[in-house]
Design a protein. Structure first.
Length: 577
């Protein structure tokens, strides 16, 4: 339950004081400085060293449920048996350090087993976007040079016609196949179905000499423009997130003035895909370490989600702001007991300040968000509870092992607090670079820092405010318009629940701002009304010259980012004119 902030008592300590208390010598979140690729870097001293250590730790949770998917309830012990069995089978087939194994399936218990069976061998797991077409999936397989593909039937049916174009692909394992598989094996012939895993042999993991900075994953960027790039992640990148998540939660508690509780297993409803860094790194890693239960849905449906929350006493959910809005706005919400929800968090997309207030006020849950990207293996900043309620436009301060700075356009000079520039991030969560793309790596990764492409500012306490993607900024006659500034004003209108600002071409000004808006059910607002709403609050040049209305929530990719390129069609009439 969210604790409402009290002006008299909150915050009980500053961010820096909380950091000092949590990272003191001997504390759980103690840090040490080590050399990573020639750069002195603060790391969590007590983080597991690699995936194999994490999987071994997960085994100690025994009969506690690791995953729930429809009628499949898999314990940590059963999941470990499946991981060990598949890892041994892959090793027997010659998979070893540095080999790439693609995982392409929807969120299933088998996804987790395939991922960890690969990484405990020192092989590189390559989770591909399950929304991709056959050609896009084939691109990921070819670009990574994968030797093995582990897929569900739907993904395999997309890839199978292109098998001959993939010379490095030696073996295919397919789960839940309802038809004959030409040129592929059934995953069930190796590990059985999730119902069978508890009966698998209680073997150990294959012994491999893993090091924290060994390659572990290739996660492909969203690819909203051009071909996606594969971000090459290490074991340390993922292990960092385990303690970063715990640290952020502890910092919130200390700033509230409460004592730190004993860790207790929680239940989470996850509705974002595991191939996305948020679900995989920020979610799954901590769950494996803490013995939490993750519930997966085949497809998010608000009523079904509320039924699950009530029945399973779910403690946390979210993923993207759309999920929270659908729960809040659903007319049948009052029929379900959602009181077990403690937190509703999200990332990947900006959210309306009103959403933060509604989560705390109507759902009595602690709202949370954060900032990260594929290149940072998810979490760099986190924001929750009272901090979020008081700074709803921020994505929070960095975790203790990370550094942020704001740089000018040429990347040569750091800007002071309050000024907007490009956000750079540094820490043990930053990936090595892009797979087989040395030029792109050199342009993006500089002396341990990643150039994020986000335009942001930092306040005096280190809270980060993302104002735009550099490529999404609208430049009207030489004047910069940060899309998030205009979007936040639109979000403050009581009828607006989803919106995006884009630039549309103009003959003399270069481009002008325009907006696409989705209204809450049962509400109305006209283009002129919303334009006046913005005009009353921002400079005239920032007012959208046109506003179009969308009947549904705006289109997003699998990572929750609005596909602004798809919104251009709403303004074809202006282009024609």
């Amino acid at each position: 339950m969210a604790t409402q902030p009290s002006a008299a008592s909150w915050p009980a300590m500053t961010v820096k004081q909380a950091e000092a208390a949590l990272t003191a010598p001997g504390a759980k979140f103690e840090m040490e400085t080590i050399d990573i690729r020639g750069v002195p870097t603060r790391v969590w001293k007590n983080a597991p060293p690699h995936m194999a250590a994490l999987v071994a730790l997960s085994r100690t949770h025994g009969d506690r449920l690791a995953t729930i998917y429809e009628d499949e309830r898999v314990s940590y012990d059963a999941q470990f048996r499946a991981i060990a069995t598949l890892a041994a089978d892959l090793a027997a087939g010659g998979v070893g350090k540095g080999d790439r194994v693609v995982v392409a399936m929807r969120n299933l218990p088998e996804w987790i087993v395939a991922f960890f069976a690969t990484t405990v061998l020192g092989a590189i797991a390559v989770p591909l976007n399950a929304w991709w077409t056959g050609e896009e999936l084939a691109y990921g397989l070819a670009d990574s040079g994968a030797r093995v593909l582990i897929a569900d039937e739907e993904r395999w049916q997309r890839i199978a016609p292109l098998r001959d174009t993939l010379p490095t692909l030696e073996r295919v394992l397919v789960s839940r196949a309802a038809s004959a598989l030409g040129g592929a094996e059934r995953l069930e012939d190796v590990i059985g179905t999730p119902h069978d895993w508890a009966g698998l042999p209680a073997g150990d993991l294959p012994v491999v000499g893993l090091l924290p900075d060994d390659d572990a994953t290739i996660l492909y960027t969203s690819g909203t423009t051009g071909k996606p790039k594969g971000a090459l992640g290490t074991h340390r990148n993922f292990m960092t997130n385990i303690l970063s998540t715990g640290y952020a939660a502890a910092r919130t508690i200390l700033r509230r003035g409460d004592p730190l509780p004993e860790p207790t297993p929680k239940v989470a409803l996850t509705v974002i895909p595991l191939f996305h860094a948020t679900a995989l790194s920020a979610g799954l890693m901590g769950s494996m370490a803490g013995g939490h239960t993750i519930i997966y849905m085949r497809k998010f449906e608000a009523v079904r989600a509320m039924e699950i929350i009530e029945r399973e006493k779910v403690n946390s959910t979210g993923g993207v702001p759309t999920i929270a809005w659908q729960l809040l706005e659903h007319p049948e919400r009052h029929r379900y007991d959602l009181s077990s929800l403690e937190t509703i968090g999200y990332g990947g997309a900006p959210s309306a300040p009103e959403l933060v207030r509604k989560i705390a006020g109507e759902l009595k849950s602690a709202p949370g968000n954060g900032w990260g990207m594929t290149e940072t293996t998810a979490t760099v900043t986190t924001h929750s509870g009272e901090d979020y309620i008081n700074r709803p436009e921020s994505c929070g301060p960095a975790v203790a092992v990370a550094d942020l700075k704001i740089m000018d356009a040429d990347g040569k000079h750091e800007l002071p607090a309050g000024e907007v520039g490009e956000l750079w991030a540094r820490g043990p969560m930053i990936v090595k670079g892009y797979w087989n793309k040395p030029d792109a790596t050199a342009a993006t990764f500089v002396d341990g820092w990643v150039r994020t492409g986000d335009l942001a500012r930092l306040d005096e306490e280190g809270f980060c405010f993302i104002v735009d993607r550099a490529k999404d900024m609208v430049i009207r006659g030489g004047e910069n318009i940060y899309s998030s500034e205009v979007e936040n004003v639109l979000y403050d209108h009581p009828a607006v629940t989803d919106c995006a600002l884009i630039g549309i071409p103009h003959r003399t000004l270069g481009e002008e701002p325009a907006a696409v808006v989705h209204l809450a059910p049962g509400t109305t607002a006209s283009e002129a009304e919303l334009q006046q709403w913005v005009r009353d609050r921002l400079a005239a040049f920032k007012v959208p010259v046109a506003i179009r209305f969308c009947d549904e929530m705006l289109p997003r990719n699998a990572n929750g980012k609005i596909l602004k390129r798809d919104l251009k069609s709403y303004f074809e009439d202006r282009a024609a004119a």
